[in-house]
Design a protein around this ligand. Sequence first.
Ligand SMILES: Cc1ncc(COP(=O)(O)O)c(C=O)c1O
Length: 394
Amino acid sequence: MKYDFDKVIDRKNTYAVKWDEHLLEEFYGTSDVLPLWVADMDFQCPQPVIDALIKKAEEGIYGYTWHKHPTYFEAIKGWMKRRHNWEIKDDWIVYSPGIVPAIKVIIRNFTNPGDKVLIQTPVYYPFFSAITSNGRQILNNQLKLVNDRYEIDFEDFEEKAKDPLCKLFILCSPHNPVGRVWTREELMHLGAICLKHDVLVISDEIHNDLILPSYNHVIFSELSKEIEDITIMCTAPSKTFNIAGLQMSNIIIPNEKIRKQVDVAFRDKNSLGIPNAFGLEALITAYQEGDDWLDQVMEYVDNNFKFLESFLKEKLPDVKMIKPEGTYLAWVDFSSFNMSEEDRKEFMLKKAKVALDYGTMFGEGGEGFERINVACPRSILEECMNRIINATKE
Ligand SMILES: Cc1ncc(COP(=O)(O)O)c(C=O)c1O
């Protein structure tokens, strides 16, 4: 079927994090803003998923749910094979309600207090607290902006990986917020360094289905058998199909020893082993019947990126969007506004009345940037940009 992503759906008063006025008040100090911040889409998910959830709702019994059923495994395996040419086995899959909870449990179980965890800023900000709130230290291999494209500083990465306290690397692939889809060569280089210095890898690939035309995503654990053996793959249908509120993730771990340790940590130590009844239905249906919807959504997102790029070129030529390769998050350089971070925050919220994610939230290297979520009807994106333009004229 053909989906209409131009349709504006009122998400106010639906408990949606992105639009909830109480949360906006708490987070931004005002709810009088157009929100293009948190990474979910303002689009309805695939129709077969909606139908499956209505059917589930009509059952009227929402008891404990067990996922280890052939249909669940086939749905995940089928998706990974079709979309990523990645063959996985049933027992590699560990259920988690989310990627962030999984990362936190893994940090606690594979590193000791005081150990160091490598990340690459600017990066998805919950990585910071996942590390520090568990008493571990951040080692930052900051990404380099070279000719308007982010690159990895491999020399610095190896320096950091060499540190005897460095036990874990959290790779963000594709990268949120800079939008890079890492190449096979880049990933091989990272993998080789981690192997050399005995660093375990969490490959957070929550955005790996959201790839723009002409880019190719490479599954990190597929690089080689040796790399597979040091990698914990974090995947999910949550971003892909806009079902994050249903809390279903697939942590895929080919190495048996690591997997057993993760499984014990999730199920025995933290009771994270039983999924949500609706989440399970949604995951199975989305992976079985969501290809067509995803292809259409990515075409729409790609056109929104193109719209944003030409809008900026024409109306705010000094504001530059980093060319996105994946995700639905635009990483936009507003440093030509010549404002302090605080003043720009104030400008976006109070003058333009838009809620974006400030660059500095993503750590070092985020200064001057704003992250704009373009997974919304074009009219909302256009309204956001017009509000910014009008505010600049005041
Ligand atoms: C890189 C990355 N990892 C994890 C998450 C969130 O994962 P979850 O909601 O499954 O905890 C996000 C959400 O934006 C993300 O961008």
